[in-house]
Design a protein around this ligand. Sequence first.
Ligand code: NI
Length: 401
Amino acid sequence: MPDAVLAQFSDVLRRQLIDLRRDLHRHPELAFAESRTGAALEQALRDLVEPLLGGRPLIMTRVAGTGLVARIPGANREAPVVAVRGDIDALPIREATGLPYASVNDGVMHACGHDVHASWAVGAACLLAQRPAAGDVLIVLQPAEEIGKGADAVLASGLLDGVAAIFGAHVDRRFAVGQVVAQAGPLAAAADTFSIVLRGRGAHGARPHESADPVLGAGLLIAALQGIVARRVNPSVPAVLTVATMQAGTALNIIPDSATIGGTVRTIDPATRTLVADELRRVAHGIALAHDLGVEVSFELGPPPIVNPERTAAWAREASTALVGAANVVPLGITNMGGEDFACYMERIPGAFLRIGAREEGGEPTPAHSPRFFAADGSLFVGAAVLAETARVASAALTAR
Ligand code: NI
């Protein structure tokens, strides 16, 4: 790990943050059910940050049920306010890491590193209490990122009204601990979802001519939908259409009345997002018509894409370079088609989203949402230091204007 990162943390604080992370990892909770997690984070902020504020009480507000916003005082209380966000929820996955601090909640796991994100937000709070930014910094501990609903719930509270800039990051095992992605341009995709119900006419499996078969329709539709990305979207523009669920039928000799398929659409640019949604409806109606089926299409918009603006990305890059060195500020290298509800903040507040290397030496680039995923300890300190310094750089730039 880079020396400039390590130098930010006392031995005691490092131990405390690692203990916090392991405690959160051991007790993962699903979206909007993070009550133990929220309480543990509130306690950690009191225990770790308040002593650094010279006895002043830390101002904290619960938000979105299980979340929490803490206000770290800046040098000038009138200066613009910036925010650092860490998400706190886990996934419905049975952990298979074999870690000594593996989940004790069977079927629930921190498989996306939000245990580290929550802990680095607390770490950033400590660093900003030790060496304040120009203005106040809000530490936002956000629930329910995995279902794409937590950021909107935090925004609806009004607690971030007037915030001048917001920063967040995600662990990434494609990159070694010490490497940081802090660049302008696309960092995450729009994550929309769809469901299509085909309604036909059930019949005996031996007499298909008496039916209007929704299972055959669903099969043809699944194949036809792949033609949208293959034949309608410009090949130089990224897009994904995945059918992930299908439900139909009750017995091996009955053609059912209906079949339902569902899935997700990932896009970066707005025109392609609209094109895929329109084509999905058109193809569904076309297949239904061809096979004498009724059809209902629902298309739900999820978080928009994250596209970092040059100005805010430059603040993050300056902070990252100071901490890990220019050679370790690396390009993303791919187009990330994962979704991230941090995009909801960036619709309203200027900001930037970073990726923080989380692969230990000799480790595998295990993807997030795998039952074997975990973020190496060192990523916690890089994330905390980079986000705290990004907040300082942004705060100084916004105050100077
Ligand atoms: Ni995640």
